[in-house]
Design a protein. Structure first.
Length: 173
């Protein structure tokens, strides 16, 4: 009789324990799926910010050390595009050919946001995460902003300009 009573107590206990074991495994799988999506979206945003920084450096000569400068550049500045017409002969330099009228250079200005995110770049982006220029500096799934810094590093007696845009792991989740 005692064996039946113990069995009646252990059967529901086993069912409850089985549920908790399954739930703990399932929640880990769900977390890993969500983590993969969040990490991928952050990687894409960081690539977008890298694209803006490289175009900013090309236009200004240095990397931006704050998001206000990057945002202002993206929304208000223009980038010069030089159109070369003609070919320079091998016997002349570009300056000489330009003075002789053999070649010509025409400079046009295009809005930065049209040049930064050109068709070639947009084709290489992860299409699962649409480009949102207004929220480019905001970390997905939170209201926090990435941290940014720029400076110079001496590498092999050469000064190299560098930048860092980052966040901590906990902010992503």
């Amino acid at each position: 009789m005692k064996a039946k009573q113990i069995a009646l107590i252990l059967i529901p206990l086993n069912i409850i324990l089985a549920y908790f074991v399954f739930n703990s495994i399932d929640s880990e799988v769900e977390f890993n799926k969500e983590a993969k999506v969040r990490i991928s979206e952050n990687v894409q945003k960081l690539k977008d910010l890298r694209q803006v920084q490289t175009k900013y450096k090309h236009a200004k000569g240095t990397f931006a050390d704050n998001f206000e400068a990057l945002t202002h550049f993206l929304e208000n500045d223009s980038i010069s595009i030089v159109k070369a017409i003609g070919e320079t002969p091998d016997t002349l330099t570009d300056v000489q050919a330009l003075e002789l009228g053999i070649i010509s250079r025409d400079t046009a200005y295009v809005l930065a946001k049209e040049t930064v995110f050109d068709e070639a770049y947009l084709d290489s982006r992860n299409e699962n995460f649409p480009l949102d220029i207004a929220n480019l500096t905001t970390i997905p799934y939170s209201n926090e902003v990435y941290s940014i810094d720029a400076g110079q590093v001496e590498k092999g007696k050469v000064i190299v300009q560098v930048f860092e845009i980052s966040t901590n792991y906990g902010t992503v989740f």
